[in-house]
Design a binder for this molecule. Structure first.
Ligand code: M6R
Length: 627
């Protein structure tokens, strides 16, 4: 996880690197550092803790020079202190690293045996030592990096410069993402385009085992084995404003409020608002990502339909919040498209040698498109012969590039570590795909398709309606403070939302919460109920409503404290709960989109009232590019 920024060009690198790191702090915030080649000598400043600590230190520092690298760390090897902060420096080589070096113990012992002075507990510093050893022989940073690569194993990206060559930056990727940003007479490198949007919208995405050798404005890409590679740059239309808070106290709150628009953007390319039909737009089965915009939509849709017709089962694979979106997808696909679905957590799927029969579609969901386990899962699925379809937010991310077919959340950049708008946008896109599947396979008729599409189109304004009740969610959050544990309950399509609500509370407010299928309570969790345990019950008016009420009564009879979320002015729910939050009446397919909002807002308000950093919860990072 960790964020990397590198700069080579006529401007002073300090501000460019620090502002880039600010945009990457979501990737890790255990320590930060910067190294700039200034008058032939490398000046390095590092600080433990968040980037602010580094910024404070930098106030008293002056830098000149035109080449530099910076890093914000999510600790893997070695405690989160200044000693272990990047950049690492060995004999004129400065290096930042993201990822894990698996054979670091062996390398460390070898280096120590050769008399190396190792000054940190990280695996990263060892790479700098290996490069420094090679550079003595080759006097060439690129060659030294290349020779080092054969000695290290793992999933990692690095960016380095060498004091003896102030005009060269070398970057290597094998796993965690790296992009090269193209400016006019200047070049940038970063873990994510967000760090560079204010300088350029033109990027080269490095693929695994590619080395970028940046010399002045000249960029050459090689394979790890030294074969020259020609790569196309991609132009993005993301606006740098999208990665600002725009007046909100936190990115997370801004992103929660952006959801109606994000959901509308997710479905917009695929939904016809005149005849209320769905045609998936430029999914591009078999086409490279960079060619998607040039596809002829009608023939692409025919190709997509052919693929969909040949599918007999779906696997949905993802991690965290994206996996809960996948669980909602199971209900949508089974109920709307009548196709069997298995949902798997990527870290389990990749190691359980899954049986993937013929005619299986493996769908992956990943906001970042870089999650290591999800990426490994899609690779495995491809090896086993499955057709793959990715749903990503970040276009041209690794998962997006590796999938056969491509769909997008279209949420705009999501910066808060806790996923919000990417989640609801995914639910919208999954609903759209379920309708497309159902119609293509003729399990619904045109009238039913129109009903589903009308329901989907109504969702953004219904979500606006729910957001308008924020003050009640804030009030409810304050009531939650006094409890020691939480059970989030739901049935059917609301069950994954209960899991997602519990995750939000855990990751933001550091409180213990579990999401449960309400019908499971009597099989164990009822024993947990006492005055310290709160139940957050999702009981929308759907076909399982009566059953949810019975489950709630069972819990209440045992003294449970209840916050209920239901549809409209529901006297019954009011009477059996301490606090009742009402949602507007909606189609069952839309209920998850509405239910997610109070759960996100309650977790947000509770965490911020407790003084926690909601955008950067402790121990977490947004994009999990290590196992
Ligand atoms: O980028 P991805 O969607 O692949 O990320 C998956 C999870 O790491 C992510 O959803 C995580 O669970 C969030 N912190 C939840 O808010």
């Amino acid at each position: 996880m960790c964020g990397i920024v590198g700069y080579l060009g006529p401007q002073n690198p300090k501000d460019i690197i620090v502002s880039g790191l600010k945009k990457l702090e979501y990737r890790g915030y255990d320590s930060a550092g910067i190294a700039i080649l200034d008058g032939g000598k490398t000046k390095r400043v590092r600080a433990a803790g968040k980037l602010k600590a580094l910024e404070d230190k930098l106030l008293s520092e002056k830098f000149d020079g035109h080449i530099g690298i910076g890093h914000t760390r999510w600790a893997t090897h070695g405690a989160p202190n200044e000693r272990n902060a990047h950049p690492h420096q060995v004999n004129g080589v400065s290096l930042v690293h993201n990822g894990i070096i698996e054979n670091y113990m062996e390398i460390r012992e070898d280096l120590l045996a050769r008399g190396a002075q190792i000054s940190s507990d990280t695996d990263s510093e060892l790479v700098a030592h290996l490069i420094a050893e090679e550079i003595v022989k080759t006097a060439d940073l690129y060659k030294a990096v290349q020779k080092t690569l054969v000695k290290i194993r793992g999933a990692f990206s690095i960016v380095a410069f060498w004091e003896e060559n102030p005009h060269q930056l070398v970057a290597f990727k094998d796993g965690p993402p790296l992009v090269v940003g193209l400016g006019i007479n200047e070049t940038f490198v970063a873990s994510d385009v967000q760090a560079l949007l204010q300088h350029t919208n033109k990027f080269i995405y490095l693929d695994d085992r590619e080395i970028a050798v940046i010399t002045g404005a000249d960029i050459k890409i090689f394979s790890a084995e030294g074969v020259s590679i020609s790569k196309k740059s991609v132009e993005l239309n993301w606006d740098p404003q999208m990665v600002e808070k725009q007046g909100y106290p936190h990115f997370m709150l801004k992103e929660i409020y952006e959801q109606p628009r994000a959901v509308a953007s997710a479905m917009a390319p695929h939904v016809n608002t005149e005849d209320f039909s769905v045609k998936l737009k430029n999914v591009g089965f078999g086409s490279p990502v960079h060619a998607l915009d040039e596809l002829e939509s009608e023939s692409d849709w025919k190709k997509t339909q052919e693929v969909l017709k040949g599918i007999e089962r779906i696997f949905i694979i993802a991690c965290g919040t994206s996996s809960y979106a996948g669980m909602v997808g199971k209900y949508l696909f089974e109920q709307i498209s009548k196709i069997p679905v298995e949902v798997d957590i990527a870290s389990e799927f990749r190691y359980r040698n899954p049986v993937i029969p013929n005619k299986t579609l493996v769908m992956t969901i990943s906001q970042s498109g870089e999650t290591a386990d999800t990426l490994a899962a899609i690779r495995l699925a491809k090896e086993k012969g499955a057709t793959t379809l990715s749903i990503c937010n970040v276009r041209s991310s690794t998962i997006d590039r590796e999938a056969h077919g491509h769909l997008y959340m279209n949420s705009g950049p999501e910066i808060g570590v806790a996923s919000t708008k990417a989640f609801t946008s995914t639910l919208a896109i999954l609903s759209t795909v379920a309708i497309a599947f159902a119609r293509t396979r003729e399990v619904i008729n045109q009238k039913q398709e129109q009903e589903f599409v009308r329901a989907l189109l109504a969702a953004p304004s219904q979500m606006e309606g729910v957001l308008a009740y924020d003050k009640y969610f804030d009030e409810a959050a304050h009531r939650l403070k006094k409890y020691k544990g939480f059970l989030y309950l739901g049935r059917g399509v609301s069950f994954p939302i209960a899991m997602e609500g519990a995750l939000k509370l855990k990751e933001l407010a550091y409180m213990h919460a579990e999401g449960y299928a309400a019908g499971e309570m009597k099989h164990g969790p009822l024993a947990l109920i006492d005055e310290n345990m709160a139940i957050v019950m999702l009981a929308p008016h759907d076909e399982l409503y009566e059953k949810s009420i019975s489950n709630l009564e069972e819990a209440r009879a045992r003294g449970a404290q209840v916050i209920a979320i239901g549809t409209g002015d529901n006297e019954k729910l009011k009477s059996i709960s301490q606090y009742y939050l009402s949602l507007p009446p909606a189609h069952w397919m839309i209920n998850p989109l509405l239910e997610a909002i109070p759960l996100q807002l309650m977790a947000y308000h509770l965490a911020s009232s407790l003084g926690y950093d909601v955008d950067q919860p402790r121990n977490l990072a947004k994009s999990v590019t290590v196992e």
